[in-house]
Design a protein around this ligand. Structure first.
Ligand code: OAD
Length: 258
């Protein structure tokens, strides 16, 4: 493990372009629940009842209730040492690193703002991630698609009280990707491009089973680059990864990209 860690650190230090792919595991140490595994959200909740367009049509109050709960939960969480290390990586040498995240919790954004303030230059945007599964702190109109800041304190007691679009009066919904929905082609396209251009793909805290995002590391490999995985346990990616490191993202990442 020590030799792997040292080699991974070297590969990252020498890389011309880096793509980072993160999943729920990077936010676990901030207190955000993951999806799979013994304590994952999909153990206690059924995705088809809460995270599909059909579920929203059937029972928008139930779906809003679940997202309002998660929205208030992530609001109270703060970025951890893993998010901060990645933000520093992306901000210290701008243009070298692209962060792609499956997370909707905005913790990468908050880490970016904190590090930009620490570095004293005030522009966090190079460390903002490509959010392939959307953002829980934003709303989107289910009719016209207009995006807006997330409504706080959503009243889920009746459909009449749910938030509506100011333009077309359709119901607002959280701006996240549900099962059965297509990803934003611009966002996934930019992620794939970053993966193909990278000589190192660093994958942290994802079970690497949800496609098309899970093909990001394969694109780097196919372009001749290397993949470094940081996860608590082996995943389906581990056998293809150049280096697979087992441990907490909040400990491994600051060690990998100090
Ligand atoms: P998962 O819950 O599937 O996987 C979390 C991964 O993080 C697992 O492989 C854990 O071993 C690992 N892990 C947990 N804690 C960790 C820690 N502290 N340090 C390092 N690794 C840790 O989450 P994702 O892979 O992000 O999609 O799930 C992908 C997608 O499935 C989500 O974006 C979501 C879900 O359905 C949508 O909602 C569209």
């Amino acid at each position: 493990m020590k030799a792997d860690l040292a080699r991974a650190r070297e590969l990252l230090a020498d890389a011309r372009r880096i793509v980072v792919l993160t999943g729920a595991g990077i936010s676990a140490e901030s207190g955000v629940p993951t999806f799979r595994g013994p304590k994952g959200l999909w153990k206690s909740f059924r995705p088809e009842e809460l995270a599909t367009p059909e579920a929203f049509r059937r029972d928008p109050c139930l779906v809003w209730g679940w997202y309002a709960w998660r929205r208030s939960l992530v609001e109270k969480c703060v970025p951890n040492t893993g998010h901060l290390a990645l933000a520093r990586l992306a901000l210290v040498e701008r243009g070298r690193t692209t962060i792609v995240t499956q997370n909707v919790d905005a913790l990468h954004h908050r880490a970016a703002r904190a590090i930009a303030a620490e570095l004293g230059d005030g522009d966090p945007t190079p460390a903002f991630p490509l959010e392939v599964h959307g953002a829980i702190d934003r709303d989107r109109c289910s009719g016209c698609g207009q995006r807006s800041d997330g409504v706080i304190d959503v009243d889920v007691t009746s459909v009449d009280k749910l938030p509506r679009c100011g333009e077309c009066d359709s119901l607002l919904r959280p701006d996240v990707v549900w099962f059965g929905e297509a990803l934003d082609p611009a966002v996934i396209g930019a992620s794939f491009e970053a993966a193909r251009e990278a000589d190192v793909c660093l994958v942290a805290g994802t079970s690497a089973v949800v496609y098309p995002v899970a093909s990001v590391p394969d694109m780097t490999l196919q372009s001749g680059g290397v993949v470094i995985e940081a996860n608590l346990e082996p995943t389906p990616l581990s056998s293809r990864a150049t280096i697979s490191l087992m441990g907490l993202a909040g400990e491994l990442l600051p060690d990998l990209v100090p």
